[in-house]
Design a binder for this molecule. Structure first.
Ligand code: ZN
Ligand code: ZN
Length: 249
């Protein structure tokens, strides 16, 4: 039975939960090492909270560039630098390790991703009221890296090389559109629901004909239905096809 993460005050728990599972199952680290990593993120979060730059902790940051900016701010803070020096660079090591995880570098691959499927609470109530389901850029970046930047419709599909990371340009697509979040108890913005697609396939999934999309979506269902279940998303194949085909703009 997988542990279900409950959060009380609208905090975003996805990255925190994923990070813990990643350190444990993907990196195979000892509990004591993981505790060190978590403590350093907590300390870094405290510094950022004092500066009013975040609401709860670093795990709420869904954008990679924003994460880098916050890291730069900490590394420019003499108090943080001094604390880090006294702690044998434990805090910066922990922060750098988290950034590498957020980039999806090294250890994340298709098999690793399935170890991380866990039900995640949807994002905060404030977001829910606005009916705008905020998507995490970090989760998307990680999903593309884990797919090795290959189109999941067909890995032979070619794309151009992206300027920002020198990797084939790919796009993240939510199979069950996020605007359906209201129907689900757990978050749709999870690894299990994000596929890596070449730009042409991505446009096709949004604008293509039903008869062309059905076989692709059926294959995704077979590949992903267990992962949906582990992520707390309960739905039948019929419901999946319905949601994945509809509400496209
Ligand atoms: Zn899409
Ligand atoms: Zn493609």
């Amino acid at each position: 039975m997988r542990k279900i993460s409950k959060q009380k005050d609208g905090k975003d728990a996805a990255l925190k939960e994923y990070y813990k599972l990643y350190l444990l199952h993907v990196r195979g680290l000892k509990e004591s090492t993981i505790r060190h990593y978590f403590n350093s993120i907590q300390t870094a979060s405290r510094f950022l909270l004092e500066k009013n730059l975040i609401r709860h902790d670093i795990y709420e940051i869904g954008d990679l560039q924003c994460l880098y900016r916050l890291r730069d701010i900490l590394y420019a803070d003499p108090e943080f630098v001094e604390l880090d020096r006294r702690g044998n660079r434990m805090y910066s090591a922990g922060l750098n390790n988290y950034c590498r995880f957020a980039e999806g570098s090294g250890f994340l691959n298709a098999t690793a991703m399935t170890c991380l499927d866990v039900p995640v609470e949807p994002r905060s109530n404030v977001v829910r009221e606005n009916m705008k389901w905020q998507r995490s850029n970090i989760l998307r970046v990680q999903a593309l890296a884990a797919a090795k930047y290959a189109c999941e419709v067909d890995s032979v599909h070619k794309s151009f090389i992206a300027r920002k990371n020198d990797k084939p340009y790919m796009e993240g697509h939510h199979l069950i559109p996020l605007l359906n979040q209201g129907r689900f108890e757990y978050s749709l913005d999870v690894y299990a629901n994000i596929v890596c697609l070449c730009p042409l396939c991505h446009r096709m999934l949004h604008y293509g004909r039903k008869q062309d999309l059905e076989p692709i979506l059926e294959r995704f269902w077979i590949e992903r239905c267990k992962r949906f279940e582990h992520s707390g998303l309960s739905l039948t194949e019929g419901q999946f096809m319905d949601l994945a085909l509809k509400n496209r703009i």
